[in-house]
Design a protein around this ligand. Structure first.
Ligand code: GDG
Length: 735
């Protein structure tokens, strides 16, 4: 079956208007719509989103749905209240300011959060209504952060890409969100997570490790049975469109008109949506200072400032509008003369040919955002220039595009004097140098156009899905479970060797939470009471702990990774007499690391010492663990010791002691005709490797393993064991 692309974004790429009772539909020519256009031919496709219009009746809603279906779009209708809370509220008063480092504008309002969740759920229902088996889903932007996770919950095999168009902030900001965990889990529902720049990738990965506890390897995360890839895809523009349009007569006429009116030698251009993240007041202050410092330029230059109205219902945007009006008035009043206005201010949106004229005729592009995911205006300015004419771009180092347009004059938007100075430099750069710089930047923009960007993302998305499929290749099937269960019931002497942490229960942060649940104890109890069924708990934990938790059950133990063994109703014993004199040498090293790593601590077992760093700061813990491993390797070289790195622990113990060897000790004594071994981490790999070929070995978690099969989680493992004991009981009842 051929693949279909389903794009999901807050807005559909069109706007709907009603005039004299008649609806009209205008396609939007935004970057996203253009980037996707090539896929509309290659794939069958569908676009799901809010049409930005509230139908007046059910019939009108049906008419719109019908009309949009012909355009391969499916509308998500939202009530006025939902738009207010989800779009103007949580999206634009919480996520937008926080992700742009404007914490002073960030509202933490639980009502808007609930509406945001609700609307993401409405989007999810719409997706589920349309989704087909081979679909590729591509979710866009900060309005729909929960959507990938919601879709994943319903359809585990869906192929989902997510792209964030705005910055991803540093962990220190992201952590302030009361709903950070749910938002993280939402994003992590995707197979591929894309950002404009590598900095945002880094910030995101830092948050996944601190908030969800997922560590990455080369920007790949393993989450349940999936590989999630996180990567940067700097969005491009429709290069040819911006480069070719200025040739059109219509555009040239527009340029002439402007120039005749302005009558100045040089034009500086500023274009943005009205937004506090764009740094417009600072830009004006910079221009103001420039006019003040360089009176020789008065009447020779004009700043054309196009501000496109945006989010006018949000208070902070309204305030910004007043601030701009006031600033422009002040500068024009202070520096203007009869016949010359320093700032030509337009507060509206203009048609594309006028935009193209403005880009093409301006000498300097002034782009000074405080934060900007990418900033397409800077790219469009460069692409609209022809090689025979010059043009200089002044660009904020805080814009995502600064990573690609390194030839621009870079400024820090907080430095007014630097902006003023940059304007002066830009106006005086020799033409040849301007042309050369423009050529370099144009080459890059032509190569990585928006079409290439979208193709790149799609290619990576398909590759990532392949990785997940490999990872789960040992996934146990229902038929295999039934087969193992049958063999279990038919056997005369059965042995179950089970690791505890990560296998029967998830890893816990506190000792209290690590205790076995009633369900775990009940499953073990039932299994151990079956006739001819020996249950061995094979754990790295201390023998006292195992005794305390399971001493009342008819189970056998292997404790401390194979150092201690205990048969049911017998005493603890060791396989060989182990020496512990080394402890006094190793202990001071571990104590030193406890002092240097707040939150870490030492656990002393009979035959091993363990340094735990689960509760330490993630980055510091990882750094100190590497350092400690280095010094321990050196120290233990002649001591016949083994240093093992586990899940946020480093354990030092006598060499030759391991879970496999200890398990064999039990197996040597009985001739079992059914052996099942289950474990989750690398210490269990010893056990998997030492088992006879006839044994069933199962790894819990989808990671590389020498076990024959794998299962997703402790929950699944426990359910499997529960089924095993129930089916054995049924079997014995029938016979
Ligand atoms: C978000 C992120 C990221 C502007 N005025 C007119 C007009 N425009 C067009 C420009 C440009 C677009 O609007 C603005 O795009 P930006 O990228 O500069 O900024 P945001 O709107 O904030 O976009 C941003 C982007 O998403 C893509 O991922 O780069 O960082 O914040 O394309 O040309 N178009 C017309 N008339 C106007 O008056 N026709």
């Amino acid at each position: 079956m051929s693949k279909r692309l389903v794009i999901i974004s807050n807005r559909l790429p069109l706007s709907i208007n009603k005039r004299k009772g008649k609806l009209s539909y205008q396609p939007s020519s935004g970057g996203l719509a253009t980037g996707m256009s090539s896929f509309y031919q290659k794939y069958d496709s569908l676009w799901i989103g809010w049409p930005g219009y509230a139908p007046e009746s059910k019939t009108e809603q049906q008419d719109i749905t019908q009309e949009l279906a012909d355009k391969k779009m499916s509308p998500v209708f939202l009530s006025r209240r939902q738009v207010e809370l989800y779009y103007e509220g949580f999206s634009n008063k919480t996520i937008w300011p926080l992700f742009h480092y404007f914490s002073q504008y960030t509202l933490y309002d639980s009502k808007s959060w609930l509406a945001y969740k609700r609307v993401n759920q409405i989007f999810c229902d719409k997706v589920l209504e349309h989704i087909q088996p081979n679909d590729i889903l591509w979710v866009h932007d900060y309005h729909l952060l929960l959507l990938p996770g919601m879709i994943r919950e319903k359809t585990r095999d869906a192929l989902i890409g997510f792209f964030l168009h705005i910055p991803f902030p540093s962990y220190e900001l992201f952590r302030t969100l009361p709903w950070r965990q749910e938002i993280m889990n939402g994003i992590l529902g995707a197979d591929l997570i894309g950002f404009h720049t590598y900095d945002y990738v880094r910030h995101f990965l830092s948050s996944t490790s601190r908030i969800v506890g997922l560590e990455h390897s080369l920007a790949r995360l393993r989450h349940d049975d999936r590989v999630i890839k996180v990567d940067s895809f700097p969005m491009g523009i429709d290069y040819d469109k911006y480069h070719e349009t200025p040739k059109q007569d219509k555009v040239q006429k527009e340029i002439k008109k402007f120039k005749t009116r302005l009558k100045t030698e040089k034009i500086i251009l500023s274009i943005d949506r009205l937004d506090y993240s764009k740094g417009i007041p600072q830009r004006l202050e910079g221009y103001h200072q420039f006019l003040h410092d360089h009176p020789e330029y008065r009447e020779k230059i004009t700043l054309i400032m196009l501000v496109v109205p945006s989010r006018a219902r949000v208070e902070s945007y309204r305030k910004l509008k007043y601030q701009l009006d006031e600033l422009v008035g002040r500068i024009n009043g202070e520096h203007g003369t009869i016949g010359w206005t320093p700032i030509y201010y337009l507060y509206r949106s203009v048609p594309f040919h006028v935009l193209s004229a403005l880009y093409n005729m301006s000498d300097v592009g002034l782009v000074t955002p405080f934060r900007d995911g990418m900033n397409l205006v800077s790219k469009e300015f460069v692409a609209s220039k022809r090689s025979d004419k010059g043009g200089v771009l002044i660009l904020s180092e805080m814009a995502g595009s600064s990573h690609e347009l390194g030839e621009a004059i870079m400024i820090n938007p907080n430095n007014i004097a630097e902006i003023a100075h940059a304007i002066k430099t830009a106006l005086e750069i020799p033409l040849e140098e301007q042309k050369h710089t423009l050529e370099e930047m144009n080459l890059k923009l032509k190569r990585y156009s928006v079409k290439r960007w979208a193709e790149d993302f799609m290619e990576r998305l398909l590759q990532t899905h392949g990785l997940s499929e490999n990872l789960a290749s040992k996934k146990i099937t229902t038929r295999l479970r039934q087969f193992i269960s049958r063999k279990f019931n038919e056997s005369k002497k059965r042995v179950l060797i089970l690791d505890y942490d990560g296998t029967l229960v998830g890893y816990a942060r506190t000792p209290e939470k690590a205790k076995p649940t009633a369900q775990v104890r009940s499953v073990l109890k039932h299994l151990s009471q079956l006739p001819n069924c020996m249950v061995i708990i094979n754990s790295g934990r201390k023998r006292e702990t195992l005794q305390d938790w399971f001493g009342d059950l008819e189970v056998n133990f292997i404790a401390e990774h194979g150092a201690w063994l205990k048969r049911y109703q017998a005493e603890w014993f060791t396989i060989e007499s182990l020496n512990t004199a080394w402890k006094s040498e190793i202990m001071p090293i571990l104590e030193h690391y406890v002092m240097r790593t707040p939150g870490s601590f030492i656990e002393e077992k009979n035959y091993s010492l363990v340094w735990h760093y689960r509760k330490a700061n993630v980055g510091l813990g990882a750094l100190r663990a590497t350092e400690l491993m280095d010094s321990l390797k050196y120290m233990t070289a002649n001591l016949n010791l083994q240093v093992m790195e586990g899940n946020k622990v480093i354990e030092v113990k006598n060499a030759g002691v391991n879970k496999g060897r200890a398990a064999l000790r039990y197996l040597e004594e009985i001739s079992a005709d059914f052996i099942l071994a289950m474990g989750d981490d690398w210490t269990d790999e010893y056990m998997f490797r030492d088992m006879p070929n006839s044994a069933y070995t199962i790894k819990v978690g989808y990671h590389a393993t020498s076990a024959t099969y794998s299962m997703r989680s402790p929950q699944e493992a426990l359910a499997f064991l529960e089924d095993l004991s129930k089916s054995a009981l049924r079997d014995s009842d029938q016979s």
